[in-house]
Design a protein around this ligand. Sequence first.
Ligand code: ZN
Length: 489
Amino acid sequence: MQERSRWKLNPQPTRCDWSHWGDSNSRPPDYESGAIPAKPQWRKLWAEADEHKPHGREASVDEGGAPRRSMGEDGAVRYRDTVLYDEAGKKHTGDVLLHDDGSWAPSNGDEDVSLDVDGSSRLITRSLQNWHTHLAMQLNARDFSDGFPLHRWLNEAIFPTEAKITPEFVRVGAQAAAAELIKTGTTFAADMYFYPAVTGKVLSDAGLRGLIGGPVSDAALPSHDDAASALAELDGMLKQQSPLDKVQYAIATHSVYLCSEETLRRASELAERRNARLHIHVSETRKEVADCHEATGMYPVEYLDSIDFFQPGTVCAHASWMKKNEIRTLARHEVTAVHCPSSNMKLACGGTLSLPAFNEAGVDVRLGTDGAASSGNGLDLLAEARLAALVQRHDHWDPTLMTASDAFTMATKGSKDWAVWDIDDVRMRPVGRSNNRHITNLLFNGASCLDLWVDGEALRFDGTTKTLDERQSWMDLDEAVMSYYDGVE
Ligand SMILES: [Zn+2]
């Protein structure tokens, strides 16, 4: 990792205790004011040197032979005798129409529709939105060198394989990722990985939405010699895109430890000039925070603010180890923070986004799985939302902090699409005397996604993915890793 890092990193794990933080100016984030209970003294953490791992169809007919189904220009789909929860979490029952512009309305039963569905065993909700991914890292899923200490994981597993990454490997990894997104009810991913145009085409062909960040780093990238050439290519892609495209491109400055001040400033200027989003890992680990402070005298958000990095809509992944003044800075810049609990727990980061402080400051918070190699959940955002509810309650000793409805709202925030879940499933029962336990059951127990609608197109219907060949996607993945993992198990 050292050769990729701008700063010296201690390769040895460092014993962590709160005395390290000394006075109130250097306490761990979120705990300085006393508003949030201090971590228990018995909780001993090990801060591994875990600066983040580098990030790191065309089949219109599936194996089942069913064609892609569309609502048509003027049509709608009617679900009869069903249950629909709108984006405000309000329940509606009866017959409903889903329009191709993403809106819905009650049905009186005699409209001209393109499809009429028995919805009696279906639950309709807004679709899931995954705000931090490295999609092609399906190539490294799921227990790839699991349990390695971070530096061994990086140096013996991830770096040697990613040195061999090609556009074709990215296509295969992204295709398998798209299949998993669709299967699990997700219609949007904010990605950060090599060869963004390849991933963008895969998502677009599958009918998915995306914010695809091209990686920018001062470390050598498999796809570019330096940050300047990566930024130049992104400039060309951003110049050509339309705001109406379902797949938008973004500028993914990896982190403060892999990007120089000049690179961060140039990326921010490009984002402002092209009205594009930035995407960056921020304050994921205690070591990242401590190293930044040692190098600059500032914590990561303070440092980024001092160089005028933030633009409205900047996506900050993790945001785990942050002081309250940093969180207020994120709010002031209208930043989107992404809570990634499974990745934080799997990599034993010892901290995760502190929701009460973010809510108090008014920061827009979304959910992300991170890459499949580090998440432990793959790309299942429903499982991520469950973990978010659990870890927030656990961390803050408050069982009321994040209800199932709160977690589901965060997981679907901003969605214009529809996911339809199978409620003929023991995991979705009982529905309760008031027939109102659907979201709680869905969040804590999970359910199968039957249908998935984006702009009037069924990416999935009746439990079968329509916009890509799911079986072929994992067969290609199995074959690709035979050479991609050469020399690594
Ligand atoms: Zn990440």
